[in-house]
Design a protein around this ligand. Structure first.
Ligand code: FAD
Length: 486
């Protein structure tokens, strides 16, 4: 990249995988001249690696060691507890950085669009995951209602809509023995609630058939093989039409997932029937070809969701594009204590970002070409100089951690190309080399830097060690900031 001013300062907004990989790639592309400020809303970094990935998947989380190394690079400044749109706006960044990469993820939920979906006891999987993983916002709002739902006297069934990996994580957390979770980094409040849980049955519901499921075979197998859990599927739903056979043949992971389901029904774990009869075992029900039509409230005056009405579907269309259409038949699930809607995260525009900043509300992404943020000028898409995007905010909420590496690479290639062509921003000379930290301090923002995060990290690890787990997370922003700034 051509030299314009040395060093060159960049801002990355969001410290999830996309933000950390973007920072890493910027350091690689601009070398010793690069300075990268990472602005993060929470005091703690690493986005969904901390607050999404399941506690019992510790291996996946080890990527934070790599991310920590990036944060500690002398060319990187971590600015935690700083919310883009609230504490700092685009104009502030434009004046101080050659380029800004937005990586603030997808913090909203797609909706099912059925009556009753906002009843108490109906939550998004995102909220449930945030609760057990210690996302301060989810813990604050959901702890009391989730504890009530998990020990509800009138219901022992959790219904999960969706069959993707997030739905599988939620089902596993609800069905797995809490003792198995005790040595993970699951938050104490969630572990206690799961220990007291009276949930006996988890029903996972998918709109289409067994041959169209979005399961990853490895994660599905882990769920199907949980000790003490019986798996139930209506055998009629396992019957394959020729188009389904073609769908399975076209995608090996789907065939492997299908075979895993059939196997788990044919050879249930020893002793599970006796456990179920004695009220000890738990059951996982997979229901295919069903769509929700209504969530129905309890009649005890509390108005919590207590039953779910489903439409039975059949499949139409050619292999590769099978569509679910309602047969007209209805079905009802009773004794429901909790509903989790796991039909997708959705990106949202950052609060307070200036009006007119491009956002595709339908897809929940910032419109872009190879990471360059695009706006319509006189009907033509034009790059908003100096603003880029990576991660779920760029592509939509799909893909694993590693997908964000390639995604960030593409974005940084665009930045390097624009730098070579003199198409980055020229920061205001008054702020040259300073970044946004002095402004934040003048605004009274309690910035948590890499040292502050180090103190939080050390305190969490120490608390975890005492409890025989890798870490015990702080679950309120206040306690994090107090520890960081002590
Ligand atoms: P995020 O990880 O969401 O990071 C966005 C960051 O931006 C967050 O730190 C957020 O606090 C911050 N932010 C938000 N708003 C602002 C703002 N206004 N100002 C400043 N900062 C802001 N992948 C795997 O490979 N393995 C798994 O086991 C796995 N499990 C998953 C489980 C769940 C429940 C989920 C939801 C995802 C899982 N994934 C997994 C996928 C993986 O987590 C994502 O691909 C990845 O986290 C997306 O990265 P991102 O940086 O775009 O978004």
């Amino acid at each position: 990249p051509g030299k314009e001013s040395t060093p060159r300062r960049f801002c990355v907004v969001g410290s999830g995988p996309a933000g950390m990989y973007a920072a890493d790639r910027l350091l690689a592309a601009f070398g010793e001249d690069a300075r990268v400020d990472v602005v993060e809303k929470l005091p703690t970094p690493f986005g969904l690696v901390r607050s999404g990935v399941a506690p019992d998947h510790a291996g996946t989380k080890s990527v934070v060691n790599r991310f920590d190394g990036i944060l500690r690079d002398p060319r990187v400044t971590y600015l935690g507890n700083v919310s883009f749109g609230e504490h700092v706006g685009l104009d502030d960044l434009f004046a101080r950085y050659s380029a800004t990469v937005l990586c603030y993820g997808a913090e909203g939920d797609k909706k099912l669009g059925v009556p009753g979906e906002d009843l108490p006891g109906s939550h998004s999987a995102r909220e449930f995951v945030g609760w057990y993983n210690g996302d301060p916002r989810c813990v604050k709002d959901l702890d009391a209602p989730l504890r009530r739902a998990l020990t509800c006297a009138e219901g022992d069934t959790v219904v999960i809509f969706g069959l993707g990996n997030v739905a599988v994580d939620c089902a596993r957390m609800l069905l797995r023995s809490p003792e198995h979770l005790a040595s993970t980094d699951v938050c104490q409040h969630a572990l206690e609630a799961l220990r007291r849980s009276t949930v006996r049955r988890v029903v996972m519901v998918g709109r289409r058939g067994v041959a169209q499921g979005a399961f990853s075979p490895k994660e599905l197998r882990e769920l199907l093989n949980l000790p003490g859990v019986r798996v139930t599927v209506d055998p009629r739903e396992l019957k394959l039409e020729p188009e389904d056979e073609a769908d399975l043949a076209a995608q090996r992971p789907r065939r492997r997932a299908y075979e895993a389901i059939v196997k788990s029904i044919e050879s249930p774990p020893a002793g599970v029937e006796a456990d179920l009869k004695a009220g000890g075992g738990r059951e996982l029900v997979l229901k295919f070809l069903r769509s929700p039509t209504e969530f129905l409230p309890s009649d005890d005056g509390k108005n919590s969701v207590r039953a779910v009405e489903l439409a039975v579907n059949r499949l139409e269309g050619a292999a590769g594009s099978r569509k679910a259409v309602p047969t007209g038949e209805k079905e009802r699930l009773d004794r429901v204590s909790l509903v989790l809607r796991s039909v997708g995260y959705k990106g949202l525009p950052a609060k307070g970002v200036k009006e007119g900043f491009p956002f595709d509300h339908e897809r929940g992404v910032v419109p872009n070409v190879a990471g360059r943020v695009m706006e319509k000028m006189g009907g033509y898409p034009t790059h908003v100089t100096g603003v880029y995007v990576a991660g779920w905010l760029k592509r939509g909420p799909t893909g694993i951690i590693g997908t964000n590496l390639h995604c960030a690479e593409e974005t940084v290639e665009s930045i390097a190309e624009d730098a070579a062509n003199g198409r980055l921003r020229r920061p205001d000379y008054r702020f040259k080399g300073k970044g946004v930290r002095p402004l934040l301090e003048s605004r009274g923002v309690r910035v948590v830097d890499a040292e502050g995060w180090g103190r939080i990290d050390a305190a969490e690890r120490a608390a975890g060690e005492a409890a025989g787990k890798p870490r015990e997370k702080f679950v309120s922003v206040d306690s994090m900031v107090r520890t960081a700034l002590a």
